[in-house]
Every structure is written in structure tokens, then in C-alpha cells.
Design a protein around this ligand. Structure first.
Ligand SMILES: [Zn+2]
Length: 327
């Protein structure tokens, strides 16, 4: 057994605006039933943002420190929606976790946390922000094309992707169906559209192994196999694959061992990790171990390994900034 060596490349940082952390939540989001459920579940109160933000972080750090397998987590920011002129569109932005908050939080806990900033390529200062974040020790850039309303295949973003390649920052992109966009254009979630970034030399990580997220069928599996074959710098993370709406992809991936060396460990924390994918597919003792493993990081390891899914750690593909030296 490898010990505590893994990096989780997909952990969400959540924060209420506290006056100076640069974060934002729309009034619509604050009222939504899902959001209220999450607050209740994690016992967070928006009326005392600093306290709630600290509790979220403390909970994450204690679960991470208790993990037997996972040493560090990449905490992800979330950029907003930008208009044609590259200016932030607050009206359309539900949720914004600022890069400054991500960087500051990672710098405060260099043993446990790494900064996964978020830069919408549509923003006016996208390339400057790439360099600023790289200088501050970021290890990757996360985006959500469909929720943030941009097309990753837009040729105007080529210089942005070249900047990512130059600074060796992987581009972690959400793919697949987006529930918040029911009835709207879902096509920007097609992983085919990541080819522009790959052609410019950027390392690309497709979130959730390109799982579509709709239970029925995994329409992007052929694209995933094709991108793995054609681009040596294409990866996919295994985050959230134990969820009932994504576990079909997890089961498919067992059949393609050639993809495993391109899979990176991730959880999608704070989401739950389920063991139902393993029911009837592993020995009863193995299943019992999965059920008894309450730590989400360790359960993700147990379920995926138990099902024979191979994966690597982000640390094997990026040169980690030893967060100490940057200004
Ligand atoms: Zn996620």
C-alpha cells in the first residue's frame, strides 16, 4: 500500500462573501432549495459568514488530516459569467469563489492544500490572471463552460491556452450535462471542444471522466477513449464517479485499462462518496470495509480500487510549487 501520498485534484472550496474575500452569492442562489439543503446539511449559517467559512475549512482540514491515503487537496475556485466585452456579469453569476480567497487559503495551509484557481477565458484580463495566479503558486485552473456560458472551442481563447501551457497549469474543465441549464444549450459541455486547448499544448483534465451525469447512457465514452489515444497530455479525473448518476461511467472504465494511467484521483468533496457501485461486484469483506470507511477521501480510494479502477495522483503530472517560496 502506498501510504499517504495521493493528491485529490477536485475539492470544492465554499465561502460566503465576508466583505473582503472577493466571493459572491446571488440572492437567487441563497434562496434555492438545493443551496438551503446544503447549508443545513453542513450546519452553515449565512448570517455569520466568517464563522461559516472557517467551519467549512476546518471540516475539510480535519477530514483530510484523518485520511489514510490522501495527503493534499486542490481547492477549487469558481469564476463568474463574463459578457462579450470581458466584463463580469453579476446578474448571470450565481456563485463566485475568488482566486484571492483560494490562493490565500492554500498559502495558509501549505501542507494540506493546493490552489486550483478559476479563470473564465472570456474575461478581459484572463491571460494576466493566469500569470498572476501561476506566480502565486496555483497548480491548476478550473472552469465550468456550460454554467459560465463560454465555449472552450472558441479560437479566440488560443492565447489563453498557450499561457496555460507556458506556465504548466493544467486546465480542469467540467464536461457533461448541467442541471442548472435544463432546456438551454448543453453542447459546450462536449469534451470534443477541449481539443483547441490540447492543440495549443495545454494539459487538459476532464472532470468526472467525461461522465454525462444523466444515468441513461454515457455518450462521451468514445470521445474520452479517442482523446486519450490522440493526446498524451489529456487526463480525466475520477471525482464524483460513485454518485448514482455517474457510476455507469465508473463501471465502463473498468473495461478499458489503457485509460487508467490517464485517470487522476479526485472526490468532488463535499459531495458524498457512495458504495452502491460495488454491490455484488466485490467480495463481501471488501464491501464491508467500504461501508465502514466513513472518511470520504478514503472511501473514494476503497471503492475505486476495490472495483479495479486504476488511477494516478496529480503530483505525478505537475511540478508542485513548494508553496513556501512565492511572494
Ligand atoms: Zn466538482
Amino acid at each position: 500500500m502506498a501510504g499517504k501520498t495521493l493528491i485529490d485534484c477536485h475539492v470544492h472550496l465554499a465561502a460566503f462573501p465576508d466583505g473582503d474575500n472577493g466571493c459572491y452569492i446571488s440572492p437567487k442562489m441563497l434562496k434555492s432549495p438545493l443551496f438551503r439543503f446544503l447549508l443545513w446539511k453542513h450546519q452553515l449559517s449565512p448570517s455569520n459568514p466568517r464563522e461559516a467559512n472557517r467551519k467549512y475549512l476546518d471540516d475539510l482540514l480535519s477530514e483530510l488530516r484523518a485520511s489514510r491515503h490522501v495527503q493534499q487537496a486542490v481547492i477549487l475556485g469558481m469564476d463568474g459569467v463574463y459578457d462579450q466585452n470581458g466584463r463580469l456579469n453579476r446578474e448571470q453569476t450565481d456563485f463566485l469563489i475568488s482566486n484571492d480567497y483560494v490562493l490565500k487559503t492554500a498559502q495558509a495551509h501549505p501542507e494540506e492544500l493546493l490552489a486550483g484557481v478559476s479563470i473564465n477565458p472570456q474575461r478581459m484580463d484572463a491571460i494576466d490572471e493566469v500569470h498572476r495566479c501561476a506566480d502565486a503558486g496555483a497548480v491548476l485552473v478550473k472552469v465550468l463552460p456550460n454554467a459560465k456560458q463560454f465555449d472552450p472551442a472558441n479560437p479566440q481563447y488560443r492565447p489563453f491556452y498557450r499561457a496555460l501551457a507556458e506556465r504548466k497549469l493544467p486546465f480542469l474543465s467540467h464536461v457533461g450535462y448541467e442541471f442548472s441549464l435544463i432546456g438551454k444549450d448543453q453542447s459546450v459541455g462536449d469534451p470534443e471542444r477541449l481539443k483547441v486547448a490540447l492543440d495549443e499544448g495545454a494539459t487538459v483534465i476532464a472532470a468526472h471522466a467525461c461522465s454525462y451525469g444523466l444515468i441513461l447512457y454515457e455518450k462521451f465514452l468514445p470521445t474520452l477513449r479517442d482523446l486519450v489515444k490522440r493526446y498524451p497530455h489529456f487526463y480525466a479525473d475520477i471525482s464524483a464517479l460513485t454518485l448514482p448518476n455517474r457510476l455507469r461511467m465508473l463501471l465502463h472504465l473498468r473495461q478499458y485499462p489503457e485509460i487508467h494511467e490517464r485517470l487522476l484521483f479526485g472526490t468532488d468533496y463535499p459531495l458524498s462518496v457512495f458504495h452502491i457501485a460495488a454491490w455484488g461486484r466485490v467480495a463481501i469483506g471488501t464491501l464491508r470495509d467500504m461501508i465502514c470507511t466513513k472518511n470520504r477521501f478514503d472511501r473514494q480510494v476503497a471503492v475505486c480500487r476495490g472495483l479495479g479502477l486504476g488511477f494516478r495522483s496529480l503530483g505525478e503530472i505537475v511540478t508542485q510549487p513548494k508553496s513556501s517560496h512565492r511572494p
